[in-house]
Design a protein around this ligand. Structure first.
Ligand SMILES: [Zn+2]
Ligand SMILES: [Zn+2]
Length: 105
């Protein structure tokens, strides 16, 4: 902001797909923090460290995939919690009204 210098950048390398993209998001910005990107990336089979010498940007495409994957994992986790309490506490077939598996016998 406020700088008149304009760097000629053709793109940034995405950490996840290693492709050069124009539209990327840096992992250590406020925006990334709001999106909890580092937390979501932790679920991937890679490790990102602020001081490694690898790209700290991910492209929009990967961002969308990451969000979708995180949503799926969250859904599975929530579902698993429901299944767990159903299995443990509702074993006599008597589910409380709020049990989402109440119809399932
Ligand atoms: Zn990418
Ligand atoms: Zn139940």
């Amino acid at each position: 902001m406020g700088s008149t210098a304009k760097a000629v950048v053709t793109g940034f390398i995405c950490r996840l797909c290693s492709e050069q993209k124009k539209s990327v998001i840096h992992l250590y910005t406020e925006k990334a923090k709001k999106l909890e990107l580092l937390k979501k990336i932790k679920l991937l089979p890679i490790s990102v460290d602020k001081f490694d010498n690898l790209p700290k940007t991910i492209c929009n495409q990967c961002l969308h995939r990451l969000e979708a994957q995180y949503d799926l994992l969250e859904k599975i986790r929530r579902s698993n919690t429901i299944h767990h309490s159903h299995r443990i506490y509702h074993s006599n077939g008597r589910c409380p009204a709020e049990c989402l598996l109440a119809w399932f016998r």
